[in-house]
Ligand binder design. Structure first.
Ligand code: TYM
Length: 332
């Protein structure tokens, strides 16, 4: 399928109130930027994905609302994008099953996130966790999205969805669009502040090395202040200085400049001054989101209205694509 002039943007995010600086820099900022470029720009809280690991049903709805409020606080505007909850649009689940016909067991077995998340307990993992990348492919392909803004950790999943679209078109005729990955130039992989060889993450990272979007100023300053740097004194980005490189990237994003400018500014300065500036930058980046979140989160009825209106729009976009897929596959 040929791509339209303006991108059709799609991305998804897991429901949790513990969204972190990595999510914000790697993904959420890209969503906000994409709203005016995409036609449409579609963003979704992926509650169906979240049941692939242990969870509490009573908690799920609350966490969806937390995430919705964080994204709206960060600048998503339901007038300029389609913003909804995945489980409100049944097309995602149906498309998953249909796409499983062109996804092999071997494809899913190769997914590094599945291997990392299950470790030696693979036999106990849910089938949903194994199927996770097929649902993710369905999310994107059912809108014929052309662009998928994500952090670097989703690269392999996006490669697989491209392959699934290609195979579907080969097997059943040109139907699906092959989407492009979009990762930010700086900040595609924000690392844990305590263990900078690992990505920042609320599931696999350290508590004090993970800055949450909703952390207060004091907590942010404490976490950044105790970030692991390296031996030496120079503020330069290099592979043997993962801690400093990570902080340079964070400050570059917060200031909207390149790595080189940060290196130049802190040439000859000590790590203390540098970390102080990083903490200032992160506080400036996140404090407005936290304040706006506090205004938005209490009004659950308003959040539900936004998500439902978004789901109606999303369902309308997905319906003709799903109908094409069904027809090509010989259903109905
Ligand atoms: P999730 O909720 O884990 O993460 C949301 C987004 O944040 C990015 N991200 C990071 N970016 C930079 N540095 C980090 N340390 C970091 N950690 C996370 C992720 O790459 C992601 O873009 N599987 C997805 C959700 C999903 C999806 C989709 C995404 C479901 N369907 C369809 C795109 C398209 C996930 O778990 O995101």
């Amino acid at each position: 399928m040929s791509s339209p002039a303006k991108p059709i943007i799609f991305s998804g995010i897991q429901p949790t109130g513990r969204k972190h600086l990595g999510n914000y820099i790697g993904a959420i900022r890209q969503y906000v930027e994409g709203q005016d470029r995409g036609e449409p720009a579609i963003f979704c809280v992926v509650d169906l994905h979240s049941i692939s690991v242990a969870y509490d049903p009573a908690d799920l709805r609350e966490r969806v609302l937390d995430t919705a409020a964080i994204l709206l606080a960060a600048g998503l505007d339901p007038e300029r994008c389609v913003f909804f909850r995945q489980s409100d649009v049944a097309a995602h689940a149906e498309m998953t099953w249909l796409l499983s016909a062109v996804t092999s067991h071997g494809d899913l077995n190769r997914m590094t996130q599945f291997k990392e998340k299950t470790g030696s307990a693979r036999d106990l993992a849910s089938a949903a966790l194994f199927y996770y990348p097929v649902l993710m492919a369905a999310d994107v392909l059912v809108y014929r999205a052309t662009e998928v803004p994500v952090g670097d950790d989703q690269r392999q999943h996006v490669e697989l969805m491209r392959e699934i679209a290609r195979r579907f078109n080969e097997r059943f005729g040109e139907t699906l669009v092959i989407p492009d990955l979009k990762v930010p130039e700086v900040g595609a992989r924000i690392m844990d502040l305590q263990e900078p060889e690992r990505k920042m993450s609320t599931t696999g990272g350290t508590e004090s090395g993970t800055v949450l979007v909703l952390d207060d100023e004091k907590t942010i300053r404490k976490k950044v202040g105790s970030a692991v740097t390296d031996s030496g004194r120079e503020v330069v980005a290099s592979p043997d200085k993962p801690g400093v490189t990570n902080l340079i990237d964070i400050l570059a994003v917060a200031r909207g400049v390149g790595r080189a400018e940060i290196e130049r500014e802190f040439d000859g300065a000590g790590y203390g001054d540098f970390k102080g500036a990083v903490a200032d930058g992160v506080v400036e980046l996140l404090a407005p989101v936290r304040a706006r979140y506090a205004e938005l989160r209490p009004d659950e009825a308003a959040l539900e209205r936004v998500l439902l209106a978004g789901a109606e729009k999303a369902a309308t976009i997905a319906a003709p694509v799903l109908a094409d897929v069904r027809a090509r596959m010989g259903f109905g």
